[in-house]
Ligand binder design. Structure first.
Ligand code: NAD
Ligand code: 3PG
Length: 539
């Protein structure tokens, strides 16, 4: 069932800016929940000016989403890349600002792989030039004698989704396959019919090299003058991955000097390709396409649906399925862990208020059944809760880890499956400039949160909006005194519980209040004989 459009439930429609051409099917999905403005080809300054109005931005590779644009996007919740590569988005800046960045990891895999194969065949058979010559009235059969790919060696650099599909297609054409990918196992390469080798060997032995890795610091100019010099003079290179992986000046030189036989390029260091690029002057040794890898009808429908659905979900407060900056937080896992995430967030918030000042250290212990679950989301939720006092709505699942790191909070995660007082419980201990406190919580009936321990005192209370915690001597009259004091300030007590380890020793009192504590009341409570400490908490 489609979520209910927001205008029907009385909320203001969020606004989505679509700044690159996106298939209509994606715009229709967004229109269910948002006002959609399509404004393509905007200069960066214009984007900075208008982005504060928007809750979401949907792009392809045409828009460079810089730090300036992200910082100006004070209402942005999500940036959706209708495609794979997010190298045109300053993802760290988005993460710092708590903006989810999503992509479509598989929507254009086939399109990009087929484009690489098409480029390899077009290059081998001089198809672009032969086409132009016939259209110009010529019939030059001799000039366009090509080469076969059958039994030739194809070296695939980056054996991920696209590289794997290229491998399958090339294998079907009778090619021998080499692959270089530092993150792929020998077994996986063998399954795909590839011999996994080091990059030098691949470069030296391949007749064709096809690049299919992301552009990163490691892959920038990976194919440089030195690498090109090692290639066979009959070899051809295809780049349908990312501009910048190949040094374009070195490539043009290698082609001009017949160091290699040809190149097919779809992606460039600067897009659109500069008018005076040396690659434009190399005749039939080079095929250039204007970043067309993903440009099929099918791929554009796939990526538009994939990303528009994620933007819609995030605007409706649901998780995104392909967030690139919330590692490990997948919707299925999140759905199962949801009650525990609420528990972790509540306990993080509670313990930070008990500590009162800066927190330097947080020990997160997953106990009982929880010890066997994926801890990452639980840790992120605890940090979100811990930081919520300081950062309010600025902290979310995207930036909680980075914000904690930047504040120098050391986080230790431990597991203890042997604790079995509840099916699963979570224990947080926070150390800070003003002291150390711990809280434990569990779920009742898999849903209801209970705080089961404060500073090692056993209790059993549901968290409520306003709470008062005291540490006191267990002695007659003290509870009555606190009750009357609250009453004299017109604060209504909803529930009260005492936890103690030994009779007439130390004890904690937890009061759920209907109203916030008025100014000055806490210091009055501290004056009551037997009260050692008192804390108010607002959840
Ligand atoms: N031309 C286009 O229009 C177009 C379309 C889609 C994708 N792409 C690009 O194609 C590339 C691959 O996309 P994908 O969906 O297959 O990604 P993927 O993540 O599935 O695969 C990338 C592979 O590269 C490998 N890799 C990482 N660093 C490497 C290195 N230093 N050397 C060798 N291999 C390395 C990874 O291990 C991974 O297996 C990306 O750069 C993407 O942006 C281009
Ligand atoms: O990374 C990608 O998905 C491709 O480069 C496609 O880019 P495009 O969406 O601008 O065609």
């Amino acid at each position: 069932m489609n979520p209910l459009p927001l205008q029907f439930i009385g909320l203001t429609m969020p606004k989505v800016l679509v700044s690159d051409p996106i298939d209509q099917v994606g715009l229709d999905i967004l229109s269910q929940v948002a006002q959609v403005d399509v404004k393509t080809g905007l200069p960066a300054e214009e984007l900075v000016k208008i982005i504060p109005e928007y809750d979401a931005l949907m792009i392809r590779s045409g828009t460079r989403v810089t730090k300036e644009i992200i910082e100006a996007g004070t209402h942005l919740k999500i940036i959706g890349r209708a495609g794979v590569g997010v190298d045109n988005v300053d993802v760290p800046a988005a993460t710092r600002q708590g903006i989810v960045v999503v992509n479509s990891p598989q929507g254009n895999t086939i399109a990009a792989a087929e484009h690489a194969i098409a480029m390899m065949l077009a290059l081998s058979r001089h198809i672009p030039e032969a086409n132009v010559s016939v259209k110009n009235g010529q019939w030059n059969r001799k000039q366009f004698i090509g080469v076969e790919v059958y039994k030739k060696t194809l070296g695939i650099v980056g054996l991920g989704k696209i590289g794997s599909h290229v491998a399958a297609a090339a294998k079907a054409m009778g090619m021998k396959l080499l692959a270089y990918d530092p993150f792929i196992s020998q077994d996986r390469a063998e399954q795909l019919g590839c011999r996994l080798v080091d990059l030098d060997l691949l470069i030296r032995e391949s007749d064709y090299i096809s690049l299919h890795m992301p552009k990163t610091e490691e892959t920038y100019h990976l194919i440089n003058a030195e690498a090109l010099a090692q290639m066979k003079p009959t070899a051809r290179i295809i780049n349908c991955a990312r501009g910048g992986i190949v040094d374009e000046v070195a490539l043009a030189e290698a082609l001009k000097s017949d160091q290699i036989a040809g190149a097919a390029v779809d992606v460039y260091e600067n897009e659109p390709l500069e008018e005076n690029s040396p690659l434009r002057e190399l005749g039939q040794k080079v095929i250039l396409t204007p970043h067309l890898g993903a440009s099929t009808e099918e791929a554009q429908v796939n990526v538009a649906i994939d990303v528009a659905e994620q933007i819609r979900d995030v605007l409706l407060g649901l998780p995104a399925r392909s967030a690139v900056n919330i590692p490990g937080l997948y919707p299925d896992a999140l759905e199962q862990l949801k009650p525990y995430l609420q528990l972790a967030e509540t306990l993080g918030n509670l313990v930070s208020q008990l500590v009162g000042g800066r927190v330097d250290f947080l020990d997160i212990r997953l106990q009982g059944d929880l010890a066997n679950r994926d801890s990452k989301p639980v840790v992120v939720a605890a940090l979100k809760g811990l930081l919520s006092q300081a950062l309010r709505e600025r902290v979310n699942y995207v930036n909680a880890t980075i914000e904690a790191k930047e504040r120098g909070i050391r986080v230790i995660e431990t597991r203890d499956a042997s604790v079995c007082d509840y099916t699963g419980s979570l224990h947080l201990e926070a150390k800070g400039s003003l002291g150390t406190h711990s809280v434990t919580g569990a779920l009742l009936g898999d849903r209801e949160i209970r705080v089961t321990n404060i500073d090692d005192f056993p209790i059993n209370v549901p968290p409520t909006r306003y709470m008062l915690f005291t540490l006191h001597r267990d002695m007659p009259g003290i509870i009555g005194k606190i009750g009357s004091l609250l009453g004299s300030f017109n604060v209504n007590i909803a529930s009260m519980q005492v936890g103690r380890k030994i009779v007439r020793g130390e004890a904690v009192m937890v009061l759920s209040l209907d109203d916030p504590l008025p100014d000055g009341l806490l210091s009055e409570i501290m004056k009551v004989a037997g009260i050692r400490d008192a804390y108010t908490v607002t959840l």
